[in-house]
Design a protein around this ligand. Structure first.
Ligand code: PLP
Length: 416
């Protein structure tokens, strides 16, 4: 396609060539994304069928799913979705404002509010949307707001703040001295919002929630905490890390999703009624989009309720994680010690990271997706291992063995 100015022969840009050459650059830099098409069968997790480029299939074990507790396959979650699908239909019928509010949406909002001990909840199509919509709304509407954001915050948080176009300060990751220095430098009366994440998704480390809360009180700041990777797993009822530390009441806005440990999809915030009402009234990403299907809402409620009352899946997951970490400590695989269920295996090079991942998949049938830029900075490439209660010790032993052989063959040989 050639684009020319009307009445002028000058060629401005060949869009097709632009896209092609930009993709070529990505490929050269080993940043081009390829997906592995899988069928994750409900009764066979963590096994899945991989559809290979040559048309054949391969049985693989998945080591990188965010369905941390296997709830997407829980029979009661599936049953709840099926019932709602049969009775309420496939779609919600509209945006929340225009015929798209079902009672089940409001039930789900009450469920998350109760989970976090907050007055109200608000659901969004995804965790990404919950972060982006809420933060951009607050940033646009609160006069003179300054947002203080941890440097390792998720892309959805960064986009939300950017879109809000308010004053922004990025503090060093989990660095309370840096955060306090920034807070100190701002007038006490100036509106401030500290935004952070309870379990950081790529390093698996925990936020210093107690210290952040302390600083927020000292310097008159509001707090926004992303609990996406914590809900379902941590806390007496799966209410996340703030809840586990008995600090939910001290966080102004708790954000999380239903797509990780709850195994479904959708995002939410939980907060005081007045905050929820404000976001509900102003957030474009809430107002101008069709609400989630009733079957999805039903599955979410069921999953939250199951994990509220039965902590066995979370306990089993954390036992498995401890077992895998302990096994890895006795190998030369470059595991990064983490506090949570997320286990990074350091590679530090995009090409090698893909090679390691491909080798594990093609040779041993172990699927662990390479994590490259822009998910992590260039030079910090890694595998990000996440397991489930359904991985057995025998599977873990086999995986550790395959990892050691892969490290020997690809990474350690290169370093020698
Ligand atoms: N927040 C964090 C910390 C995340 O890691 C993610 C996604 O991985 C999100 C938000 C977005 O959640 P969702 O996948 O529901 O859009």
């Amino acid at each position: 396609m050639k684009v020319t100015l009307a009445g002028n022969d000058t060629q401005l840009m060949n869009f097709r060539d632009f896209f092609k050459s930009s993709l070529e650059t990505l490929k050269k830099e080993h940043l081009y994304r390829t997906f592995v098409p899988l069928e994750r069968h409900a009764k066979e997790a963590p096994y899945a069928k991989r559809h290979k480029p040559d048309g054949t299939t391969q049985d693989v074990i998945v080591w990188c799913s965010n369905d941390y507790l296997g709830m997407s396959h829980h029979p009661n979650v599936i049953e709840a979705a099926k019932n709602a699908l049969n009775t309420l239909g496939a779609g919600s019928g509209g945006t929340r404002n225009i015929s798209g509010t079902a009672k089940i949406h409001e039930d789900l909002e009450k469920t998350v509010a109760t989970l976090h001990g907050k007055e109200a909840g608000l659901i969004f199509s995804s965790g990404y949307s919950a972060n982006k919509s809420t933060l951009s709304t607050l940033a646009q509407h609160i006069p003179d707001l300054v947002v203080l954001s941890d440097e390792k915050n998720h892309a959805s948080i960064i986009q939300g703040i950017r879109h809000g176009r308010c004053e922004k300060v990025v503090f060093k990751h989990n660095d309370m001295v840096d955060l306090e220095n920034h807070l100190k430098s701002l007038p006490y009366q100036k509106p401030k919002l500290i935004v952070f994440v309870s379990v950081y998704s790529m390093d698996g480390d925990f936020a210093k929630i107690e210290q952040v809360v302390h600083l927020a009180k000292k310097y008159n700041a509001m707090t926004f905490l992303d609990e996406v990777h914590a809900v379902g797993i941590y806390g007496e009822k799966g209410e996340g890390l703030a809840g586990m530390l008995n600090l939910s009441k001290d966080i102004d806005i708790i954000q999380a999703n239903f797509a990780k440990a709850y195994g479904v999809v959708g995002g939410y915030i939980a907060a005081d009624q007045v905050i929820i009402d404000f976001v509900r009234s102003h957030a474009s990403g809430f107002i101008f989009t069709t609400s989630i299907p009733p079957a999805t809402a039903a599955a979410c409620i069921q999953s939250v309720e199951i994990l509220k009352n039965d902590r066995t899946p979370a306990e089993k997951l954390l036992n498995n994680v401890a077992y895998l970490k302990e096994r890895l400590r006795h190998t030369s695989v470059s595991m990064v010690e983490s506090e949570s269920h997320i286990i990074p295996l350091w590679v530090g090079d995009a090409k090698l990271c893909r090679k390691v991942s491909d080798h594990l998949l093609d040779t041993y049938g172990h699927y662990a997706q390479p994590i490259n830029f822009p998910t992590v900075p260039v030079g910090q490439e890694r595998l990000r291992i996440t397991i489930t209660p359904h991985h057995t010790h025998a599977m873990i032993d086999d995986f550790v063995d395959a990892l050691q052989k892969t490290w020997d063959q690809i990474l350690l040989k290169k370093a020698a």
